[in-house]
Write a new protein. Structure first.
Length: 336
């Protein structure tokens, strides 16, 4: 009996110190999701999947810190006995345990992405466009490593990617317009008007862009186009009247003036009769040129931004991640 007890004691000691692969690692090792592979430390495999799914072939340095952050948030160590090697452990996603599909917890949650979005929205409200551009691109970097446990989560992440893409267009156009603000007011006005096509989530942001466009149109004596933006602004009176009460009073006084003059003094490349659902599918990401209805284009497999065929092999100017023109199998957020 004593000999048997000693054998059990030795076995228990060996079990505490002997490294054993985590069952989560063994299950997840076969997953085709980049987020899963980064969570368990298979960085090379994750990059291979990003290449085959959305054409990320360059700019790996852009993802280095994000991948490190995700891995460190999904991996932990703890000690049971002093002086012995720590036990390594991959964190589990609690939702996956409920659903019966064990997947890692990698720290990229919908709440995290929404908080980043709110931070990005604040920069737009304050017209801090350079900072906003950085934040929205960072959200895209984290989004590609999200691990969805159901189709609803998958849809939410794709919606967030679409939102960020539109806001990136907005910030880039705004930064470009600053180059023309003093030297070419007509071109400046054209770019500001173009910002109004971006599909924005915030009514406040829409109102502020319409206000800026109206002011620019007035500046170059394009009163017909300016009237278009006044009418756009007035649709938000019930929603934003308490915040922008003075602004609404001012534009109501301006309506008659704009209507009485009723002319555009300068020709700008902006059609008030064109009602586009978004900007990224109709204007190139590099130089914001309108895509013709029969023109062949390249489309970014991540953000959906369009680009001229001449840009094949270059990196998408919106997400700053995907190489345009690569053959891909499609973005995956969930193992099905």
């Amino acid at each position: 009996m004593l000999e048997e007890a000693k054998k059990k004691e030795k076995l228990a000691s060996a079990t505490l110190t002997q490294k054993d692969d985590d069952v989560l690692y063994r299950i997840s090792n076969k997953s085709m999701l980049p987020g899963v592979q980064v969570s368990i430390g298979n960085f090379k495999l994750a990059l291979n999947y990003l290449r085959s799914q959305i054409g990320i072939t360059k700019n790996y340095e852009n993802l280095k810190n994000v991948m490190k952050d995700i891995y460190m948030s999904s991996y932990t160590q703890f000690k049971v006995v002093p002086y012995l090697s720590p036990i390594e452990y991959h964190l589990r996603n609690p939702n996956s345990i409920t659903n019966g599909k064990l997947i890692p917890q990698n720290g990229v949650t919908i709440n995290k992405l929404k908080k980043m979005l709110d931070s990005g929205y604040d920069t737009i409200s304050n017209f801090e466009m350079a900072e906003g551009l950085k934040i929205f691109r960072d959200i895209l970097k984290y989004s590609i490593f999200f691990i969805a446990t159901n189709e609803d989560e998958e849809k939410k992440i794709k919606d967030i990617i679409s939102i960020c893409s539109e806001y990136i267009y907005l910030t880039k156009i705004s930064l470009l317009s600053d180059n023309f603000k003093d030297e070419n007011k007509v071109k400046y006005c054209e770019l500001i008007c173009l910002m109004s096509i971006c599909k924005l989530e915030s009514s406040e942001h829409k109102f502020l862009i319409y206000k800026k466009a109206k002011y620019c149109c007035k500046n170059i004596k394009n009163f017909i186009t300016g009237l278009y933006f006044i009418k756009k602004m007035l649709t938000f009176e019930n929603e934003l009247g308490n915040v922008f009460g003075k602004e609404f009073s001012k534009i109501k006084q301006e309506i008659d003036v704009f209507q009485q003059i009723g002319t555009n003094q300068n020709q700008i490349n902006f059609d008030t009769n064109e009602n586009l659902p978004n900007i990224r599918g109709f204007y190139t990401a590099k130089d914001f040129k309108r895509i013709g209805t029969t023109e062949k284009v390249l489309t970014c497999p991540l953000c959906g931004s369009v680009e001229s065929m001449e840009e094949k092999g270059n990196i998408c100017e919106t997400c700053n991640l995907c190489t345009l023109g690569e053959e891909v199998i499609g973005f995956k957020l969930m193992d099905k």
